[in-house]
Write a protein of this length. Sequence first.
Lengths: 436, 144
Amino acid sequence: MDVPFWNKDIETADRSRLEEIQLRRLREIVGWALNTPFYKKQLRNAKISSPDDIRSLCDLKKIPFTTKDDLRINFPRGLLAVEMKDVVRIHSSSGTTGIPTVIYYSREDIENWTEMLARCITASGAARSDIFQNMMTYGMFTGGLGLHYGAERVGMAVIPIGGGNTKRQIKTMKDFGTTVLHVTPSYLLHVHTKLEEAEIKREELVLRKAFTGAEPHSEDIRKKIEQVWGIDVYNSYGLSELNGPGVAFECIYKNDMHLWEDGYIVEIIDPETGQQVKDGDSGEVVLTNLIRKASPILRYRTRDLAYLHTDPCPCGRTHRRLSRIMGRTDDMLIINGINVFPSQIEEVVMKIPQVATNYIIQVEKRGELDHLTVKVEIYPKLFLGDPSQLEALKGRIIEDLRSAIILHPSVELHEPNALPVSEGKAKRVIDLRPKE
Amino acid sequence: MAKQLTIFVENRPGRLGAVAKTLRENNIDIRAFTIQDRGEYGLVKFIVNNPNQAYLSLANLGCACALKEIIAISIPDRVGNFEILTLALAQNNINVKDAYGFVLQSNSKGVCCLEIDETHSAAAQKVISAAGFTILKDDELYNL
């Protein structure tokens, strides 16, 4: 196979050179991190007060982990390492409660991120002659704009259609001769079921590839998508704390995702002990961002479970490959590509006086898509016997949830004490989606 | 005024039975009932001989229930009477939120229960009386 590269020199650099780059960049990023009160303290505890205190990559291990809670507690500016005038972009993602997390990007940070994405896109075999329909949500979520910039960098014709509106998606594919998609796997399967309704036949479309991300999915799902659509599907990994998509991406060999090690330092740890696991073992992915100075992030605990391949890839890239995400070490749910913490839902429903204490969060498949149902008990003392009161209550819960977690859930009202009482959040979550 | 007991019950087998059991255990006599289906739940409305006691016995078990004032009308079981009643209300621009009726004695006695918005309740009672119908006092309704 003819292997396409965006930056062959770096993508095939040997390990010692990659580590040289990592060390140089780590020092720079530590320098930026020291501008923030949060990291100043973290690094002081690790006896690091200047970039010179990082003498080798081993010194990274001295730095404490950073968690999502750290980002939340320091919202909105506690982790900003540059002056606001040097910030050109702000992205945000959901926190574990109503407080979100925020990421700032300088011009140089966007440039670095864009380069990484250009590599990803090129590695998949997509090229400037392609017409790229970006079906990821734009806005504060990094999935949309991230790939958009990378695709423009490669020179593809970018259709910034965003998510949703299935018939329009299909029509757009036909009208503009879309060849490459960026989309969540569940939505791509859903769109296929709507072809007939849109009165457009697969043969009228010239699709050849799709990049799938934002939700973990199995090899079986990839095969299913490839089979029903007759296209090649490439897995993509990223999270906004680490810029967004483009942390790791599959090449034409489609055997898991090259993680760009000149941009990120990856560690796989035992989530219980925090210790490094043996090479090739699975554990929690911990990432250090080497290419963003506005929001430096060191040793971020992603809560994603995966492993690193130890064998080389036939494409010749030296950057190690990250496996598919096999699960989470926390209770975060991924519903149609949107990250939802049960605590966010709890916060919304418990604020409403007409709701009693027990609730259930249920996720299931309806067709190819995920559907969220929130079951709550009504609070008997505030029941007036009026159906319009109950409808208004339902409407309010739906509206409050929609603004908190973006999803549109169904809400079911239940009798007081009808739902199981449980300690701990996990037991309140019923995930009926088929396990892969 | 007469009181109706409204109970929130989940729409699944056994829930009505549980309510009925509590009423029976408290020696409550049911005079009339109706159920409003609202998807995953329903609202059961009862006219009983002792609404306060029925309410307390259910509330003590943690049920979501409420007592609501309704207008109970004695209406002779005759063709056209319901029309007379509803037209009288309509002419006075009074809206009926919910209603149910039952015959006590064929060709002779019937009862109609109306839920009317609180702000229009007094006006409605006047209109109903003016149309020639008798509004039942609470103990008259409970001891039919």
